[in-house]
Design a protein around this ligand. Sequence first.
Ligand SMILES: Cc1cc2nc3c(=O)[nH]c(=O)nc-3n(C[C@H](O)[C@H](O)[C@H](O)COP(=O)(O)OP(=O)(O)OC[C@H]3O[C@@H](n4cnc5c(N)ncnc54)[C@H](O)[C@@H]3O)c2cc1C
Length: 460
Amino acid sequence: MTTSTTKTGSAAPVRHVAVVGAGLAGLAAALSLKGEGWRVTLVERSRLLGGKATSFQLGDVEMDSGQHAILGCYSSFLEFVEELGMRGDLRIQERFDVLVLTETGRARLRALRLPAPLHLALPFLRFRALGIRSRLQVARALLAAKRPRSGEEGETFAAWLHRHGQGQQSRRVFWEPFLVPALNAPFDRVSAAAGLMVVRTALLGNRDAARIGYATVPLARFAERAAERCDEVLLRTPVTGLHVEGGELRGLLTGGAEIGVDATVLAVPPERLLRMAGVETLGVPDLEKFTTQPIVDVHLWYDAPHALDDLDFAAMTGSPVQWIFAKGPGYLCCSLSSADDLVSQPEERLVALADSELRSRLPELSQATLLRGVAVRDPEATFVPAPGLRRPGPATALANTVLAGCWTDTGWPATMEGAVRSGRAAARTLVATLRKQERAAGRAPAPPGSRRSRAGVGHE
Ligand SMILES: Cc1cc2nc3c(=O)[nH]c(=O)nc-3n(C[C@H](O)[C@H](O)[C@H](O)COP(=O)(O)OP(=O)(O)OC[C@H]3O[C@@H](n4cnc5c(N)ncnc54)[C@H](O)[C@@H]3O)c2cc1C
C-alpha cells in the first residue's frame, strides 16, 4: 500500500518521519505526527499491519494472532480507536461482570452501580468461588495495595502476595485468573510493581476501569485504518541497519537500499532494535535484559451451535486455560497465558487439552462433537516486566530518533494501552526535541526532503 498525499494542515514546512514497525505503538506515533502535519512513511517488516495485534486468514476464517481483551481503563487505546472512527467495533461491558468456572461449579463477580471501590468490594464479599477466609485474605491484600511503597520494583509479585498472607485458594481462584493473563508471566518472574499497577489501575480504579471488552472485527482492521492515514506504507520491508552521521539518523537501511529521513520513530521490540542498531548507537542500556513469555490460543469448533448461546466470555480457575471467549455459534477461543510449558507441544495435544478443560467445566458440551481445533502459538508474545528491569523512555542518543513500544517506560505491562501510550509519548518527545533544536539554532524547521528523502526505495 502506497499513498503520497500530504495533508499538512499547518503553515510550517513539512518534515519527513519514518515510523519503523506497524504495531500499535508505531501506528499511534504515526497518527500523532500526522496530526502535527508531518509526512509519515510507515516501514514494516511483515506483510501484515498491526504487529502483535493483527489477524490472518486460515482457510475460511480470519483469526486474530491472539485473543485480545480490552479494559475500561485503556484510556489512550480507546481514544486511538475513537480517532480511527471505530469505537463501534469494540464491545465493552457496561459494568464489570465475570463468570468464573471453577473446579466445582460457577460463580459470578459483578460490579454494583455504586461508587468505587464499593462497586466491586460489596459483590466480592459475596463471591462464592472463594471461601470466606480467602475472601478476607484478598480484601486485606487489596487494601494494602492501595498504598504504594518503595521497593515494589525490586520485589517479585509472588513475594508480595506471600508477604500479604495470600493462601493457595486465594492465588488459584483470584490472583491467577485475573493477573496471570494481564502480566503473562509467573508471579515469581514479575515485579510487584507490575502486578500492583494492574491492581491499582483496573481493580481499584474508578467504576469503569475494570470493565472488560473485545473487538468485534478482526484486529487487523484497526491497524489498516490507521495505516491509511500515513503518506506511504512499505510492507515486507525489514530495516536491517541505520545510517548515522553527526549524531543524527540520516537513513534506514533496507536490503541494500536506503530510506532518507528527517526523523525516525523506532517502534520495534528490544531484540530487533539490538540487531538493527546496536546499543552504542542509540545509547539505550539494558536492551539485552528483556525476556519474553509465550501465549497459546486454542480455537475449537463444536457441532453444538446453540449449546453456549448465553456465554460471552469466562475465566477458568486452576486450569492452564485462563479465559474462554465465545467467537461464534459453537466456536470458542481458549487463551493460555504464560504458556512456557505448552508452547512447543504438538497442535493435537493442545487441542485435546483445551477440549478436555472445557468439557470439565461446561456440561453443555457433553453431547457435542469437536469438529475442528487449531492452535495459534506466539513463543515471544510479550516482554516480562521482571524485578529491576529498566525500561527506557522515548529519547535516544540520536537527536532526531525516538523509541516506542509497549516495552518502553509506560508503567503498563505489555498491553495495547501501553503500546498506544508509548507511541504518543514518542511523538511528543520527537516534536518537542526538534522544536527546541530549531529554537536553539534560531532557524525554521527543515523543508521536506532536505536530507536525501528517498522514501519508498526499499519496497520489496
Ligand atoms: C497472543 C497475544 C495476546 C495478547 N493479549 C492481549 C490482551 O488481551 N490485551 C492487551 O491489551 N494486550 C494483549 N497483548 C499484548 C499486545 O498485543 C501488545 O502489547 C501490543 O500489541 C504491542 O504493540 P507494539 O507496537 O509495542 O509492538 P509490536 O506489536 O510487536 O509491533 C512491532 C512491529 O515492528 C515490526 N518490526 C520488527 N522488526 C522490524 C524491522 N527490523 N523492520 C521493520 N519492522 C519491524 C514487527 O513486525 C511489528 O509489526 C497480547 C499479545 C499477544 C502476542
